[in-house]
Design a protein around this ligand. Sequence first.
Ligand code: ADP
Ligand code: MG
Length: 696
Amino acid sequence: MYDWDSKIQFLSGVGPKRASLLQKELEVETISDLLHLYPFRYIDRSKYTFIADIHPDLAWVQVKARVASRNLISMKHLSVIIEDETGSMEIVFFKGNKYIFEKLVPGSEFVFFGKPSLFNGKLNMVHPEIDSPGSINAQGTLTGVYPSTEKLKNGGITGKVMIKLIATALDQCLPHIEETLPDYVIKENHLVPLRFALQNIHFPKDQDSLSKAAYRLKFEELFFLQLSLLKQKYVRSRAENGIPMPKVGKDFNACFQALPFELTGAQKRVIKEIRADLTSGSQMNRLLQGDVGSGKTMVAVLTSLIAVGNGYQSCIMAPTEVLAQQHYANISKYLQPTSVQCALLTGSTTAKERKRIHAGLQDGSIGIIVGTHALIEDVVQFHSLGLAIIDEQHRFGVDQRSKLWAKGRDGCPPHVLIMTATPIPRTLAMTLYGDLDVSVLDEMPPGRKPVQTLQIGQDKRYQLYNFMKQEIAKGRQVFVVYPLIFESEKIDLKNLQNGYEDIVRNFPYPPYKVAIVHGQQNNDEKNFNMAAFVAGRANILVSTTVIEVGVDVPNASVMVIESAERFGLSQLHQLRGRVGRGADQSFCILVKDVKLSRESQKRIDLLCATDNGFEIAEEDMKMRGPGDLEGTQQSGLPIALNIASLSKDGLLLSQAREYAQKVLDADPGLDFPANRLLARELRKDKYDIKDYSKIS
Ligand code: ADP
Ligand code: MG
């Protein structure tokens, strides 16, 4: 009657209204979508929690309790006190109140199931599910908890309804569901059949069946993801359209020999990896990850010089004007021993200079161009662009990157090196950049003092200001950063403004000078204030996270982060990287709220405990889930994962990738009859991510 692709609307119990709700809230359109919406956890509904044991961090609780009293505070607000032998708590309803009021007769016993929360410092539960004790005990099995939203619940699609819908769908469809993996894949990986997996992921017979079902579904998801990515990588490397750059050239050697320091082992390794790409005949698509200060710029310069040595130009793009200027200044220094011409092109380049640069790029006399988005304007034409280096890739939009791509000579795309200081955990990199090659600078240049990281409460502000004064007296500079979260930009800005005023009061002029930078300022104002701090004219820079990316002020030795609990781990780490660039001991001071959630405290503790960006990124992913990872918005994941987790299933991901590689090694085009199902799956829209690598 129904099949896999039937619209959800026709399932009994759904109808047009619920269908549109399911689509809007959960992107469930078809029966297949519904059956692929898996419980995110299971509860043993034969177990109860005592009220005394409830705390707000619990995701769900089930309590068996008596109604002690009920109070209809208003038509829209029903408060009910429930109690068991260990204590009492409030449950609250904002709708359906008349019906619920009549049902919850004082003295009667019910099973309440819901999420505990804290309101005005007191525990309560809003809109719990209510059952009579008998109906629950009878089940006594693992019950799935499905993703839900307030709108779904208001529209009548409660957890119970969801379970019913899925039961109906399974009932009607299971016999018709076709296997999606070839027999040999199932056998070699010891997987259970799809039908068994779907049945048991929704209604587990027991824990063992659930584990087998979950394993099969996770493997399948990760396997297809890797198969699609690796297949593209294979197709592209076969295209062999890379510009060959066999030499290193005299300028590379001149620069290299004049370096005042020895390259770190990691830098040497990465340059070797890049050299191998450039001589391979295929186009390079490489991601270079390295903590702030690990020496990425050096790698960018040497790579650019290889391009120049082979008769090509290189462009280096930075996300902001300030960064582009800084890159330009650093790069020019490194280029002094060479004969290479380097120029800077940004939004504020004068018309005259711009004209000169355009001409120099077109006739090839400029070998290395550093700049911002101004570089990708249509008027910018290269003589022979052979290499594009993109710093902090996530700040660039998709269109912008593909525009750059099109600037190669004779339709031959430039080699691409993407540099990022936001370390991405290996498992995530394998997925996000599954078809990019990844290099890692995991070694810091010698002689750096690790930044000392401390946490203090808001109440220690006086001591903090004294400490800042001591550091300023030594001639150092201080960053003070405030959080900015878009939904409440006004409030954030007010916090920043108040903070700024407080600092100005405590650090009066003269002798102190305080600069402020935030997103609401126009560019001139921003650049002016920033420049004042960079040049050492201001002692303190109060700002939002605009300074997060790359700015280099070696004389700044203190980073104060206000409301540190409101930042993500990676972001805190990035901010910390702004100090510790000079020879002095540097400090990062996390100012936190008096009351913190456990999660926030954990983040802050971790940051104080380690300065290894990869460790932090790994933890960040575990705590927040990969979708939330900074620099990798949800849409950054090429394919949404329904059941596998990049943070928890890293090992399975590697296995799935290896296995996908094995399948492709044997049958690169997936043309064998045995691989018919695989080829069919990859033809689905969701795997249509062909431009992904080109633009990332
Ligand atoms: P990143 O771009 O990764 O943040 P940079 O390239 O700006 O790092 O390097 C940070 C600082 O370290 C710069 O002052 C640079 O000159 C210096 N540096 C880079 N490589 C080395 C090295 N191998 N030994 C010593 N200092 C280095
Ligand atoms: Mg840098």
